[in-house]
Design a binder for this molecule. Sequence first.
Ligand code: HEC
Ligand code: HEC
Length: 352
Amino acid sequence: MRPINYLLFLAVTAWLFAFKDAFVSSDMPLAPKESLSDYGFFAGDPADQIPAADVLPYTLNTPLFSDYAAKLRFVKLPPGQSVAYQPDEVLDFPVGTVLIKTFYYPKDARDAEKGRRLMETRLLLHEAKGWKALEYIWNDEQTDAYLEVAGDSKEVVWVNELGQESALTYSMPNLNQCKGCHNQNEQLRPIGPSVRQLNGPLTYTDTTENQLLRWQRLGLLTALPALEKVPKVPQWDNAEAGTLAERARAWLDINCAHCHSPAGPARSSGLFLHWQETDATHLGVMKAPVAAGRGTGGHQYGIVPGDPNQSILVHRLESTDPGVMMPELGRRLVHKEGVQLVREWIAGLPRQ
Ligand code: HEC
Ligand code: HEC
């Protein structure tokens, strides 16, 4: 090699080395790791679920009901990147983003000091070719969670808010089942983090702050309008946060709309329960079901205004029969408080 070429070679090598992170950047697929702790999402003992410096906790105003499990949610954006505001859809996170959700049962829902049983941590990784789902199941020793493609079920006992001993065979989905819910136009997609769900306070280690303002301040969210202009769903169980109708619609939106919306897997039912839906028939009001049979409970319409007992929707919410119940995935128990809210909403709709 001539000296000048050699020098050039050295310079290029040094440059490549210095910028290697830019090449192995966020659009490289993140190989699934065997254990959750391998990712470094958490600082210290992973069971404490304390996010690392580049991982941000988040919460939703109205979450999905999952057999009374409590949940912790986190987001990790690729270094230096951000997500742009959009009013209606789930935020369009850049490639390299990871969404993290841990399910647990408190030993005693009345006293957090008594500890908790971590069940599973679910991941959605945004790779160049789309979102990838991964499932990690916590060991009985609660030291770490391990990759499990086939799902599992475990007996769990806890004391609920009313002080009652509760027990359940808790089931954790296999990787094929994720797409049963995380599916928009046949693509795997996140469901929760839209601005209407994030537009509310969260208590961080330093202070309590509106989540969107914090994301903006950290440079993670761009083009945020004034908060008064940003859509918001109320907390379903806080009567001060919204009207009965708003809270019932918020509950139906997060529990049903990933399937019951124009891009969701239950679109052929014509029942659309997403937050923005305004057409009464699509919402189920005096809507005849597409299929007769057991699912109807002998009733004629999805929603009969003023009459929850005659409404198919309520019948299916109150069922635990796998051929009848709604949602058809992700629960074994009836969400009594959620059903009560929907019942009250339907009871208050003007009779036709
Ligand atoms: C029964 C339907 C259902 C199934 C099955 C399901 N999810 Fe979800 N998932 C949801 C809903 C609804 C949300 C948003 C609401 C919430 O977080 O409470 C969500 C949220 C998440 C989140 C947080 C980011 C987001 O999309 O909001 C992750 C990560 C996640 N799910 C991963 C998985 C993985 C991995 C699987 C399969 C092992 C899975 N989920 C199976 C319904 C489901
Ligand atoms: C995992 C996907 C999924 C979720 C989540 C889901 N559904 Fe469904 N739903 C379906 C499918 C598929 C059908 C059509 C087949 C049937 O009737 O069983 C359906 C049908 C229905 C019907 C009959 C609709 C008609 O007019 O024919 C009602 C009522 C219903 N669902 C209510 C709900 C409610 C309320 C929720 C939320 C609490 C919900 N569903 C959540 C998949 C889902």
